[in-house]
Design a protein around this ligand. Structure first.
Ligand SMILES: [Fe+2]
Length: 280
């Protein structure tokens, strides 16, 4: 038996445990997770209608352009498993309702986020225009006086919002599998760390105070689905870690850069709030 001198050392289970601890420490100590001034303020429920509109518009740009990054991630997927995992998210974003894996889970046949399943697969699920997450957001925004033309386009984004969206395209949608996996892991673990709950708290207070007809299900559905997404990326990490060519440093760097992009988005909203800048 011959070994080339540059053969990669065998990866052990201990290596994975150590690496997972390192990446989790990076995420859990990043300021966007520990110290997000905007979401922390928003949770107090003091936002005015103009401030809620500004958040809605910037969030709509991110959540619409995210679809572009997700498509790029699918196109650049390294294997058929990650290609399909990416498509689960992409197709669901666009309006394919998850079909529960267990037959007795009783999926409602509706399109609204308070009705549709947060678990299951798009394989065999039904496409409904009105089940697209962007359409949910449009319905949320209507009582705020915002319409389709006010939301979700690049031209509606502030510079920090567009920086975040472009970082998603560059890193999350990267052709380099280690880079893309690092970004996915970071984004999903950040998203599961509680910012949805902070926004829901603030929106609930706003709804009770001055906008009773505001439907919050876009936000509550996403909060429910995040734990599932984070678990998926943890499975993907195990998979990726054992794939030849996996580069730990690239993964770690991508995770850190992606979180910096997320932070830019929220810091942009915080700077606008402090300066009294709103969408209109
Ligand atoms: Fe979504």
């Amino acid at each position: 038996m011959t070994l080339t001198h540059d053969a990669a050392p065998a990866v052990t289970a201990d290596d994975l445990v150590t690496f997972t601890a390192e990446i989790d420490a990076l995420i859990n100590t990043h300021p966007v997770v520990t110290d997000n001034a905007y979401t922390c303020w928003f949770a107090k429920g003091e936002a005015t209608a103009a401030e809620v509109r500004h958040l809605t518009v910037q969030f709509s740009v991110f959540s619409h352009l995210f679809v572009e990054a997700q498509l790029r991630k699918v196109i650049n997927a390294a294997d058929v498993e990650s290609y399909r995992a990416g498509k689960e998210i992409l197709m669901n974003e666009l309006g394919v309702v998850f079909k529960p894996v267990t037959a007795d889970a009783g999926a409602a046949d509706g399109v609204d986020p308070e009705l549709v399943s947060t678990e299951g697969t798009v394989d065999g699920g039904r496409f409904k225009f009105a089940a697209a997450h962007f359409e949910w957001l449009i319905r949320f925004a209507k009582p705020l006086g915002l319409g389709f033309a006010d939301m979700g386009k690049r031209r509606h984004g502030t510079a920090p919002t567009l920086f975040f969206c472009d970082e998603l395209l560059r890193i999350y949608g990267s052709e380099d599998a280690s880079e893309a996996e690092g970004a996915s892991y970071a984004v999903e673990h950040w998203a599961a760390a509680g910012f949805w709950k902070e926004l829901i708290a603030g929106l609930t207070a706003f709804k009770e105070r001055e906008c009773a007809e505001l439907p919050l299900a876009f936000w509550t559905w996403h909060d429910k689905v995040e734990d599932q997404h984070a678990a998926h990326t943890s499975d993907e990490l195990v998979e990726a870690f054992h794939t030849p060519g996996f580069d730990r440093e690239t993964f770690m760097k991508a995770a850190a850069e992606m979180l910096d992009g997320v932070k830019a988005f929220w810091d942009g909203l915080e700077a606008d709030r402090l300066a009294g800048r709103t969408s209109r």
